[in-house]
Design a protein around this ligand. Structure first.
Ligand SMILES: [Zn+2]
Length: 312
């Protein structure tokens, strides 16, 4: 059983402009580190393109059409101060969705043990009809819905260790007991949501905010006490990871002090849970991570851990 790595060159054509932290080099450094021989066994595939049916399970038709219409033929358009479309953005965005759904297909069919999708822009801030925080379509949410609609998954857990709270994913699943959304994130920090008392209509939202300066031991304790027991009790058929690496100590957008070993640790713990209730099925989707060295090394630790399962 293999670990699948999905990406697409259109990720390089989403041009957010000079100085923007969410930039093509993020994918470039991940591609470079995966060239190392340690990743020889990684099964690489191109993310397929537009899957409107999959997007429609999360985002309304008018919103999809508005985004496609907003993409400029030249220059750049600001959807908000941080969220930008360039001529290449639409293809990048739909290949991000395609990567997420293709990963779900392979993992749910048992053709891959688990998968990591590295595309941009990220997705977890995107609400049903609102682009936000670099995000346009919510790839993790679309992956969860796709697993339910196409592969009969009854319960999907989305675990989000990006340093920012996934307000979009929380909004999308607020009233849906079939999806557990569980997040660690720095607070206070953008986008401002994610307090412990935000629990969803069916107690299906779990927020574990961390204070600025928190290190790996505090992160692990929050995972051990607040998040992992809830994921275990939920008995998901699939775990989707919103894999942001901006809680790394080097990251310029936040102030947590995680290191690569912390990302490897949480990956191992989630794999243990997935083995017990979900046949090991994990689909991990890149979210943030803005220090290129911290991002590349953290993604490498995460994926090497995922590949460890593929040997058993
Ligand atoms: Zn983030």
């Amino acid at each position: 059983m293999t670990t699948l790595f999905l990406s697409h060159p259109s990720s390089f054509d989403h041009d957010t402009g000079p100085g923007h932290p969410e930039r093509p080099d993020r994918i470039r450094v991940i591609d470079q580190i995966f060239e190392h021989e340690r990743f020889q066994m990684l099964h690489r595939a191109l993310a397929p393109g537009n899957d409107r049916t999959a997007i429609l399970r999360v985002h309304p038709a008018h919103y999809i059409d508005e985004i496609e219409a907003a993409a400029p033929s030249e220059g750049r358009v600001h959807l908000d101060p941080d969220t930008i479309l360039s001529p290449g953005s639409w293809q990048a965005i739909v290949h991000g969705v395609g990567g997420a759904t293709a990963a779900v297909n392979e993992v749910m069919r048992g053709d891959a043990k688990n998968a990591f999708v590295a595309t941009r822009p990220p997705g977890h801030h995107a609400e049903r009809a609102l682009p936000m925080g670099f995000c346009v379509f919510n790839n993790a949410a679309i992956a969860a819905r796709h697993a339910q609609a196409v592969h009969g998954a009854e319960r999907v857990a989305i675990v989000d260790f990006d340093v920012h709270h996934g307000n979009g994913t929380q909004e999308i699943f607020w009233s849906d007991p079939s999806v557990l959304y569980a997040s660690t994130h720095q607070m206070p920090l953008f986008p401002g949501t994610g307090s412990i008392d935000q629990r969803g209509e069916h107690d299906n939202i779990v927020n574990a905010p961390l204070s600025a300066g928190a290190d790996g031991s505090i992160f692990r304790e929050a995972m051990e006490t607040a998040i992992l027991p809830r994921v275990t009790a939920f008995q998901p058929d699939l775990i989707v990871i919103s894999a942001g690496f901006d809680a790394h100590r080097l990251d310029p957008l936040a102030n947590l002090n995680l290191v690569e070993a912390d990302f490897a640790w949480v990956t191992t713990r989630l794999m243990e849970i997935a083995e017990r209730c979900a046949k090991g099925r994990i689909v991990s989707i890149l979210e943030g991570g803005y220090d290129l060295e911290g991002l590349a090394r953290s993604a490498a630790a995460h994926v090497l851990t995922l590949m460890g399962a593929s040997k058993s």
